[in-house]
Design a protein around this ligand. Structure first.
Ligand code: MN
Length: 298
């Protein structure tokens, strides 16, 4: 840890039935980085023929889920009737607002030969005044996202604004979400554009301001400092950040600025008031009280 790194978060590893998920947010040390309240690194996983990912329909409120794949393919369905496959490099942004239900599964045809999954799943808290907005879902193929090469690295701007560029993904508050692929001897300066920023090491081989950053660590930067991200081999990192949106309460898949809203969401899911996902018959039941914080990641 240096004076430039406020928290160095180690992953909490979960086995999700055949593959590993590393949870970096929320952590014991920290709840949010900018509006990011949840950060999972899924896989890389290889599934044998006949197997795949099956995240059954489950609800969200008052946040947006953001799916970004390195490898594999997932089929998203939701209670608005959206049916969308996502491929590596594309973004699925789902604003839950006042409530939505969705599922994520490996498409049937991908199960025949066996499949892979390597992805980052994040949740973005909505500003309090937008928490109850109408739910919506949008898919952005990889070709829609700003991508450029500089200083030995290839940048993809998944969401928000950085380096005088703007992602077309609609957001609700100042945010940055970057994928940076580094070649050996790359040196990238990350400016202090947002009061909260963090660098996640997808691979080994990264240094922050000359100090090694172990693989699978979320380095939360001190406010106002710019850092240099370097690599001694082919490496990859993710940058998240933005401006704070205030405190959030979290229970299972529910996030809200108001604790009583979580109680309402629990009751609504228990009583089947969230809506139905066309094409689905299953669902994830509400976990037993009271401790649901380690449940269902996606
Ligand atoms: Mn979900």
């Amino acid at each position: 840890m240096t004076d430039r790194i406020r928290h160095l978060i180690e992953p909490h590893i979960q086995d999700l039935g055949g593959f590993q998920a590393r949870r970096l947010l929320p952590s014991m040390a920290l709840g949010l980085v900018g509006p990011f309240i949840f950060f999972d690194h899924l896989g890389p996983a290889t599934f044998p023929p006949g197997k795949g990912v099956d995240v059954r329909p489950h609800p969200h409120i008052n946040l947006a889920t953001v799916t970004y794949l390195f490898e594999g393919v997932l089929l998203h369905r939701d209670s608005l009737g959206s049916v969308q496959e996502i491929q590596p490099g594309a973004v699925n942004w789902m604003t839950a607002g006042r409530g939505i239900v969705h599922s994520e599964r490996t498409p049937d045809r991908e199960r025949v030969q066996g499949t892979t999954l390597h992805a980052i799943q994040t949740w973005v808290a909505l500003p309090a005044e937008h928490e109850e907005t109408d739910p919506w879902f949008r898919h952005h193929p990889a070709t829609d996202l700003p991508t450029w090469t500089a200083d030995g690295a290839t940048f993809t701007l998944i969401a928000g604004a950085a380096y005088d560029r703007q992602s077309p993904v609609q957001v609700f508050s100042p945010i940055v979400y970057l994928d940076i692929q580094l070649t050996p001897d790359a040196r990238v300066v990350l400016p202090a554009d947002y009061s909260e920023q963090a660098v996640y090491s997808v691979t080994p081989g990264l240094q922050l301001d000359g100090s090694p950053l172990d693989q699978h660590r979320l380095a939360v930067l001190t406010t106002g400092v710019s850092v240099t991200i370097a690599s001694d081999r082919v490496a990859r990192c993710i940058v998240i950040g933005g401006e704070p949106v205030g405190e959030r309460h979290k229970w299972w898949n529910f996030v809200s600025s108001r604790p009583q809203r979580l109680e309402q969401a629990k009751q609504d899911w228990r009583e089947g008031r969230f809506g139905h996902v066309p094409g689905e018959t299953e669902f994830i039941p509400l976990p037993e009280e009271p401790n649901a914080r380690e449940e269902q990641p996606i």
